[in-house]
Ligand binder design. Structure first.
Ligand SMILES: Nc1nc2c(ncn2[C@@H]2O[C@H](COP(=O)(O)OP(=O)(O)OP(=O)(O)O)[C@@H](O)[C@H]2O)c(=O)[nH]1
Ligand SMILES: [Mg+2]
Length: 419
């Protein structure tokens, strides 16, 4: 049977948030749709705190129950993460399936994951979500296809399920480590290729993949096969894609498209995708894509910054790209500074100006480092004296040690001598 759902949310009164309850419920509706659910009703309750047993108050739950009955609803989706016992209590009262925002997001990720790595990452996140909820979720375990029994778990059964899941988590972690090893070899190769790395980051649906495709069209030999998937739905991109961009005047960089972020992004997912998102940490420049036509773009921008901080990438050089300006009437309303630019990735507005900005950021970036130049490569030393600021020179048996300050592009060329 098709899932017909009611969405239920709590508006925590007295708490300052950067997103209203209506906006948050709207986002939940988008997520539910992306998971293939038909949303037929939405309800919220103002509360100071969560009710431990049933999350929302008694009266509200009764109301939800009667809506379910009168509208033939078979699923209630709560806007916040529920505990195992809350799920069990709510299913007992409501007599329909109960899930939370996190499981919807996990479900979308599970549907979209294509590569082996993405599939493993999602499974890892699912198991971590499941582990503390085993008590409440006995009935549902079979659906997750994790090879766990379908009986409602008694105490012993619970214990063996838990052990089984823990074992599986370890196994997946091992396999992910292997994949990561391969990637780090690829990364080393890239570093040696002496090309700067630019990563597209931002809220889901902001237009990262569209911008990547637009930039790829500027490539000297434009190959449409290299285009990435872009679509109007949350989490269209689940795998990191890397493409080389070669522009006029010998300006090249590696462009990386990444998974989008969302408010209340389950931390299991951030954890699970950390290794993929590590690419962001190694980038020389972040291009933060913001959907300026979205009413909530300020919240979306802040959420992205929060996740970037979690990934340890908050101090990276960054350009703020306000995208989709073709959809806005009054562009002046967008706050602007030197690090910002308005574009339309889809229409192609201001793309050359963006490229210019990327180039300036990369070229203008000055790096201070130590280089050890072998004795037989003396030519490089005199070149460095011309092109960089040599602060100190020390002679040693292995070569000449230079403390230098140099432009980023020069630095990339000499990275192999870095000590
Ligand atoms: N009007 C307009 N739509 C745009 C623009 N850029 C992207 N879009 C649309 O926005 C939707 C999302 O674009 P994507 O490029 O898939 O967004 P994304 O940031 O990669 O999203 P995720 O991969 O889900 O994180 C698509 O329907 C695009 O066509 C733009 O400049 N103007
Ligand atoms: Mg994308």
């Amino acid at each position: 049977m098709e899932n017909r759902a009611i969405l239920a949310g709590m508006n925590k009164t007295g708490e300052v948030t950067n997103i209203t309850i209506e906006e948050s419920m709207q986002e939940l509706e988008e997520l539910a749709k992306a998971a293939g659910v038909e949303v037929v009703a939405t309800t919220t309750q103002n509360r100071e705190a969560v009710r431990a047993a049933t999350y929302l108050g008694k009266g509200k739950i009764e109301e939800i129950k009667s809506i379910c009955e009168s509208m033939e609803i078979n699923l209630v989706i709560f806007n916040d993460e529920l505990s195992g016992s809350q799920i069990r209590n709510l299913e007992e009262i409501l007599e329909v399936d109960v899930i939370d925002r996190t499981s919807v997001i996990l479900d979308i990720f599970a549907r979209r994951a294509k590569t082996n790595e993405a599939k493993l990452q999602v499974e890892l996140a699912q198991l971590k979500y499941l582990l503390p909820r085993l008590v409440g979720m006995g009935k549902k375990l079979s659906r997750l296809g994790a090879g766990i029994g379908t009986r409602g778990p008694g105490e012993t059964k619970l214990e063996s399920d838990r052990r089984h899941i823990l074992k599986k988590i370890d196994l997946i972690k091992e396999r992910l480590k292997d994949i990561k090893r391969v990637r780090s070899v690829q990364r080393t190769k890239r570093e040696k290729s002496e090309i700067p790395i630019v990563a597209l980051v931002g809220y889901t649906n902001s237009g990262k993949s569209t911008l990547m495709n637009t930039l790829l069209k500027k490539n000297e030999d434009c190959d449409l096969e290299k285009q990435v998937f872009a679509k109007d739905m949350p989490f269209a991109t689940l795998e990191v894609s890397l493409r080389r961009v070669d522009l006029e005047e010998n300006f090249s960089f590696i462009l990386i498209d990444t998974v989008g972020f969302i408010s209340k992004l389950p931390h299991y997912l951030v954890e699970a995708f950390k290794s993929t998102l590590e690419e962001v940490k190694y980038a020389d420049l972040l291009v933060h894509v913001i959907d300026a036509s979205n009413e909530n773009y300020v919240m979306q921008k802040e959420t992205t910054n929060k996740v970037l901080a979690e990934l340890g990438a908050e101090d990276k050089r960054k350009i703020h790209v306000f995208n989709k300006i073709d959809k806005i009437e009054d562009v002046c309303e967008i706050p602007r500074d030197e690090q910002s630019i308005n574009i339309s990735a889809q229409v192609g507005t201001n793309i050359d100006a963006l490229i210019d900005k990327i180039r300036k950021e990369i070229e203008g970036n000055v790096v201070e480092t130590n280089l050890l130049i072998p004795h037989n490569e003396g030519g490089i030393i005199s070149k460095l004296h011309e092109e960089a600021f040599v602060k100190e020179t020390t002679y040693s048996e292995e070569g000449v040690l230079l403390k230098v300050k140099l432009k980023y592009l020069e630095y990339v060329k000499h990275k192999k001598y870095e000590t």
